[in-house]
Write a protein that binds this ligand. Structure first.
Ligand SMILES: Nc1ncnc2c1ncn2[C@@H]1O[C@H](COP(=O)(O)OP(=O)(O)OP(=O)(O)O)[C@@H](O)[C@H]1O
Ligand SMILES: [Mg+2]
Length: 269
């Protein structure tokens, strides 16, 4: 089931147009260092999106920084571009990590942001950030990004369980590349082309089933009544239906699902 979220739509429009919305007062900044994309989100104190930017990235893999210098450079470049548009300096930011990664890796993610001259004021779990945008108090948020499927279960507005496991959009691309005997770049392009969804979705279907089975293991016995899927790999129109079929839990997907976690990092600080 698709759920409409106005703030997400506003943020997505700002990212694609490169525009800045007029603002007053101090700004909040979120940096999402993902396996596939680095996203910076800027909001005002009322959590209205003000500006945003996304860059394709290969500097982080499943929450682990594999190219520190590249990561710092990318965040620096994005920060400078946003500062120029906004006409103010950005000095502090929040960031996020997939649930369950080791302390040293958490530090490493924070160091990338600090290396770009942003004081890190908070490091949160990615699905927890997403829950803040969706306004969820009860249920589970599943973030299916480039590399991993992560989950946060919330009860009465509190996170009671988090977990994360490898399997994301990258795995879909690999399966597609193998099936059609094409290179990874070509497979990625094919996957992102909505007009080819009929040729793509049946081939990546087993990967979606695998993602659902990962989530099934995490939610079993935890009385989850609603599920919310976010992250780039959820973009396929039938994605949430596969989850519902396997999990027998009502599954909701917001518009612009790629941007839920990044916007949530800015909002939830
Ligand atoms: N329209 C789309 N259809 C299918 N897949 C998509 C679409 N848009 C993006 N993706 C896939 O989503 C993934 C990126 O999602 P996202 O930006 O949420 O990941 P990430 O945050 O970089 O990764 P992670 O959270 O795992 O570290 C990529 O694998 C990309 O190919
Ligand atoms: Mg992510």
């Amino acid at each position: 089931m698709l759920v409409e979220n106005q703030k997400l739509a506003e943020f997505a429009a700002l990212v694609s147009s490169g525009d800045v919305r007029p603002f007053e007062g101090p700004l909040k900044v979120g940096v999402d260092l993902g396996t596939a994309n680095i996203v910076m989100a800027v909001t005002d104190q009322d959590n209205r999106p003000v500006a945003g930017m996304t860059t394709h990235s290969t500097v982080v893999r499943d929450g682990i920084v594999v190219d520190y210098v590249g990561a710092v450079r990318a965040v620096r470049t994005m920060k400078a571009a946003l500062e120029e548009k906004l006409g103010v300096a950005l000095t502090k930011a929040a960031t996020a990590i997939p649930p369950g990664i080791l302390d040293g890796n958490v530090r490493c993610i924070a160091n990338c942001v600090e290396g770009a001259d942003l004081d890190v004021i908070k490091v949160m779990d990615e699905p927890t950030a997403a829950a803040a945008v969706l306004g969820i108090r009860d249920g589970a948020v599943v973030d299916v990004g480039g590399g991993t499927t992560g989950i946060s279960i919330l009860r009465d507005g509190k996170v009671v369980y988090t977990a994360d496991e490898a399997t994301g959009g990258t795995h879909m691309t690999l399966v597609l590349s193998g099936y059609y005997d094409i290179g990874r770049d070509e497979a990625e392009k094919m996957k992102l082309d909505a007009s080819q969804e009929q040729a793509v979705f049946p081939i990546v279907y087993p990967v979606v089933e695998k993602m659902a089975s990962i989530v099934k293991r995490f939610v079993d016995g935890r009385q989850v009544k609603d599920l919310y899927v976010v992250g780039g790999a959820c973009c396929f129109s039938e994605f949430e239906n596969v989850f519902e079929k396997i999990l027998h839990i009502p599954t909701h997907k917001p518009n612009d699902c790629l941007f839920v976690t990044p916007l949530g990092i800015a909002v939830n600080q």
